[in-house]
Design a protein around this ligand. Structure first.
Ligand code: BTN
Length: 149
C-alpha cells in the first residue's frame, strides 16, 4: 500500500512553493499609460491610502500641462490575492477639472504588472444647462516604467 504521509508532505511543499512563487502587483513606482501619460505613486500606507503625481500627455484644454497631484485608496481585504482594486483622484493643477480613476492591479501571463483602469474626467462648465457635456469617460492601461540599469 502506498504510504500517504510522504505524498501529503510533497503536496504540502508544492502548495507552499506555489504560494511563494505567485507574484503580487504593487502600485508603488513609476507607470506609463497608453496615451503616454506618466504617473508616480510614492507611498501606499498601512490603510491602503496612497499619494503621488501625474504628468498627463494630453489635455482637453488649451492650457500648458503641469504635473498634478493624485490621491488614492487601495483595497486591503485578504480576498485581493495580490491583485488589488484601487481608485485615485487627480486634481489638475493647470485646469478646473478633476479626474477619478478606478481599476485593478494585475500580474499578466508573462509576470508583468499592469493597471487596467477606467476614468471620468469632469470639466467645469459655466452653468447647469451645460452639465450634460461636462463629463468624459474612458479607459487607460498602465505598465511599469522600467528603471535604467
Ligand atoms: C484637463 O484636460 O482638464 C486635465 C487633463 C486631463 C487628462 C486626461 S485624464 C484621463 C486621460 N488619461 C490621461 O492620462 N490623460 C487624460
Amino acid at each position: 500500500m502506498v504510504q500517504a504521509t510522504p505524498l501529503l508532505l510533497v503536496l504540502f511543499l508544492a502548495l507552499v512553493a506555489h504560494g511563494l512563487a505567485v507574484k503580487k502587483c504593487s502600485l508603488t513606482g513609476r507607470w506609463v499609460n497608453d496615451l503616454g501619460s506618466n504617473m508616480t505613486i510614492t507611498t501606499v500606507n498601512g490603510n491602503g491610502a496612497f499619494a503621488g503625481s501625474y504628468h498627463t500627455a494630453v489635455t482637453a484644454t488649451s492650457n500648458e500641462i503641469k504635473v498634478s497631484p493624485l490621491q488614492g485608496s487601495m483595497q486591503k481585504s485578504p480576498n485581493q490575492k495580490g491583485q488589488p482594486t484601487f481608485g485615485f483622484t487627480v486634481n489638475w493643477s493647470f485646469s478646473d477639472s478633476i479626474t477619478v480613476f478606478t481599476g485593478q492591479c494585475f500580474v499578466d501571463e508573462y509576470g508583468k504588472e499592469v493597471l487596467k483602469t477606467m476614468w471620468l474626467l469632469r470639466s467645469r462648465v459655466e452653468n447647469i444647462k451645460n452639465d450634460w457635456k461636462a463629463t468624459r469617460v474612458g479607459t487607460n492601461v498602465f505598465t511599469r516604467l522600467q528603471t535604467q540599469e
